[in-house]
Each structure stands twice: as structure tokens, then as C-alpha cells.
Design a protein around this ligand. Sequence first.
Ligand code: M6R
Length: 640
Amino acid sequence: MCGIVGAVGTTDVVGVLLQGLQRLEYRGYDSCGLAVHRGAPLADAPWPSERGLVRARSTARVAELQAQVQADGLRAATGIAHTRWATHGAPAVHNAHPHVSRGPGPDAAQRAPRVALVHNGIIENHEALRAELQARGYVFESQTDSEVIAHLIDSLYDGDLLAAVRAATARLHGAYAIAVLHHDEPQRLVGARAGSPLVLGIGSATDGPVPHYLASDALALAGVTDRIVFLAEGDLVDMALGRYRVVGADGRALDDAARPVRVVELGSQDVALGPYRHYMQKEIFEQPRALADTLEGVEGIVPELFDDHGIRSRAAWRVFGETDRVLILACGTSYYAGCVARYWLESIAAVPTTVEIASEYRYRDSVPDARTLVVTISQSGETADTLAALRHAQSLGMSHTLTICNVATSAMVRECELAYVTRAGVEIGVASTKAFTTQLAALFLLTLVLAQAKGRLSAEDEARHLRAMRHLPLALQAVLALEPQIIRWAEDFAAKEHALFLGRGPHYPIALEGALKLKEISYIHAEGYPAGELKHGPLALVTSAMPVVAVAPNDALLDKLKSNLQEVRARGGVLYVLADADTHITSGEGLHVIRMPEHYGTLSPILHVVPLQLLAYHTACLRGTDVDKPRNLAKSVTVE
Ligand code: M6R
């Protein structure tokens, strides 16, 4: 999804801007661009002949933008850059950011840009603002909601960019993170955020003024600086050569205590593809390591496991003691992780649990309960719907919040009372894989902590569960070795247009996740169903053209599931069954069975999802889709 990078220094910042965009590429984008101010001297180069704001944009990859910029010899000490994921207006160069304002009037097109702006988020009142600005003579070049902000700032500018941005943002409804340059202030960059993330990075210099950076994600600044100020809702930041100032929503300057500089670990993110064809494949195969890392240091079940992310002091003991219910809020794959956890939380910890899609929860009337622990699950920690749902729950008086998140520096971790940071490592493929299995591991730990708080975890049970968790990486290796058999299934699936996934109990969400994986990367229509629901409707779809995948662990529901599978076979449906070794389900006419290496009991959803990830991956490869960047999707969904 959209990304922002900005910089003010004394030497050329174009390389930093492009490198930042490259670091944000994995989030998904359809165009990119940058604008620099050539009105200030460069310490390491002659003063450019063409001064003022200059922009370059592309609908190709960042590498193409880089080639364009290099060919033009673009160098400057102040600049902003952007990757765009289209919301308003098609992916096209004229809709790509930065947007500029050349002032009002019919001759505007002939004038040099006065304002350049990049924007993440969605401006809900853009139509009214556009009409107002057009009436005042502003000419629009794009269909975006973002361009209105550039013209609005221009219309309010009176020699002070910060004042103009502040006045403009007061008129915006919706979500935004923006970075703005003005022609008349070559060494100034102003940022603002509300609803979309923005961080300030503080650079270093051996002599001369310190450079400052702006980014929508601290990761964009990896290798540039690890000293980060996380801007809060409503903050504006005024960056000039060698100094910065954060101003709160009320216009008052905020000191270091209010917006402290944090040193964050950004350097260790492994983004090399190595021997793999796609990031998704790499990430599937990284799961044993990701699980081992996520569980590293877990010696016993203690509340402090959720206390340890170093942002504020925590009170995990008190929170778990005061928890009577759990409300899980998440989207997509993370939501399905929550659905699995509900089975664990209710059966092992006996804590009543509700799981809700964040985008639904945030807008419906619900009954708050102060003794409910609100749990958000998110790979990125920046998903707009999940963040909004969290804030909605908090606004209803539910102060006990916990997140399971893969990004330690994310808004989700900062805004929750407790956190478990999974250590899956950066996940680049749009289809979430290792984030899901590590979320499940963390959710199982949460189950055990709550079971303990409720007096439902004996020392023997604790030791047994911990042994099983420690064995997960090895068990996963054995599951990954099934890949050649899965490829044979994928050869059948590649020619299909529809598929059904069935499961029961905690494997029903695994069926949902298998269907989501297949549809998002292979574009095959797929649905997940609880197997017992088949005869209430979806059985009507079953023909030999509709493969039916069943997740069949040897659990208490196996016999029921077997009956459901008979119903499919009796209608000519072709079954693909992931069966535990001791289920006595064997391959035959219209029945393809892959045996899971071992029966894994309660944790079996963590293993059963892996063949489904591989099935989606290989089917997509055979169909020739863009596996890591499927059409229309972004990695990090930071807009509504
Ligand atoms: O970063 P999050 O976990 O909050 O993201 C939630 C969903 O957008 C995400 O899981 C999405 O469904 C994935 N593309 C699924 O593979």
C-alpha cells in the first residue's frame, strides 16, 4: 500500500528517497514518484542550474524511476517520494504522487510548482474541497483525492508552510499522512498525520547540520538511521536544516518527553530471496525457523511473556487476572488465526471468546465490557481497519488491550497495553504464511497464560504443552517434505475455476485460510466451509469439476467428517484429503489422500495449514500469476 519517504539534508538525498521506496515496495504499489527542491546548495556538488521543485513519476517499478532520475541527473538536498496504491483514480502517471499546486488561474499549467505533496490515506470530503478550489481557479491534473490537499495548502500559504499545512489539515475529513514541500522554503519539509502512520528519523553528521527524514514506516529508513520519533494522531512535524519541531493537534510544540527519540532495530531484516523463486515460497519454508524464533526464550508460562516489548511498563498479571472474556479483532488471515484461537481459549482456558472482523466491529453498535481483554492480531501492525477497531474498543472503555503482531515498531504494538511480538521476520509476499503460523503459536501461549490465570493449567499440562510447542519446528520440517505430493495436487487444481475447502472444529478456520490463500494468488474461486454445513447448501455446487479439499486430523470429529466426505463422493465430487496417519482414510477412485507425518493433537492447525499454503503457491505458479504481488492487493492495508 502507499508509502512515504522524505528528507532534508545538506548532501544529495535522492538515493535515500529511492532506497526508502525500495524498502516499501513489498507492501504493494502501482506507481511511484519523487519531488525534490533544487533551491538549496548541495555540500557535495555545484549549485544546480535549474532551481525550484522538480518531479519525476512512473507507473513502473521503483528501479525504473531510479533510472529516469539518474538519466536526468537529479540531485537535491530536500525531497519527498511516494509509492501509490490506487484508491481514487486509476494507476496512471498523472495520478501518481507527488501532486503539485501551481496556484490558481488559467495560466497555471505554464507556472512552476509552488507546492509538492505526497499523501497516504483517503480524504473523505475531497469532492467538496475540489469543487471549492475549482471555483477559486485551481486546475486539477489528476482524479485523486490527494491533489486537493496540495491546492488547499497553496490557497492557505502566507509565507509559513507549517501554518498553511495546519490550516489545511483542519479542513480534511478522513485519514492522512502527508509530506509537503514549498517552492519558497527550499530547506523545509512539513509532515502531518491522522489515521495513517508517519515517523521522523534523525540522522547523523560528523560536521554540519544533522539530516532529518520522514517515512510512513520506520523500515524505509533502515540503513539510514535507527533513531526514530513516532508521530501520534494529529501531530505535525516541521523539519528544517539541522532542526525539527513536533506540534500537537492543538498547535502546541511537543518536547522530547512527549515525543521521545527511540532507537529501533531495523538492520536485521532479511529481504534476500536466496534460492527461492518467490518470497511466498521462501516464507513458507522459513516457518520452522520463524516458529523457533517466536518461541525462543519461552521457558515457562508466565504473564510477562506479553509484557516485554519495552515501550511502556506493563501490568500483565493484573490484566490477565481481570480478564473474564476475550474479544479478538483482526482482518484476513489474521482473523482466521483468531478463529482458531477461539477454540483453544474456550476449551483450554474456558474464557468466553468472540472473534470479529475489524472492519465490521468498528462500525456496529456493540455492548462494551470493561473485563474483556481486546486482542488485536496483525502481521503489519498498521492495518487501518484493525487499528480503528482497537481505538473504537478503547473509546468504549475497554482499556485492557493486547496485540499479537510481527512488527515491534508498529502502531498496534505502541497502542496496546500488552503485546507479543512474533519473530517471523519481514514478510514480503502479499499472501501471509509465516505470520499466520507464528500468530497461532503466540495465541496458544495466550491461551495457556489465561488458563493459568483461571487455575486451569496444571504443572503437567504446562510441561506437556511446552514440549509440543518446542517440537513444532521439527514437525513442520516433516510437513514441508510433503511438497512433491502437493505439487501433484496443484497440477489438478491449476485447470479448475472453483474449489471447496472443508474442515471441522479448529480446522474449519484452516479450511477458510486454505481457500483465501488459493483465491488471492491463483485467482481460483475458493470457499471454506465447516464440513457439517455442506448439506445446508454448498453440496449443490459439488460436481467432478469442483475439487473438494478436506482437512482431516484424527480428532473427536473424524467420524463426522468421514460422513461428510461420503456425501461429497456420492455426488461425484473429487476429494483431496489431508489426513493424519492413523485416520484409515486411503486413496481410491476420486479420493486423493496425503498423509500428515504425525498426529499433532491441539496444535495440529499449525501443521495442517502448511500443505494448503503450498497447494495455493504451486497452483498459482502453474497458472503463471504474480505470486508475490497478486493483482489488486497490497501487503499492508493502511487505508479503509
Ligand atoms: O497485517 P495484517 O495481518 O493486519 O493484515 C491483515 C490482512 O490484510 C492480511 O492477512 C491479508 O488477508 C493477507 N493478504 C492474506 O494472505
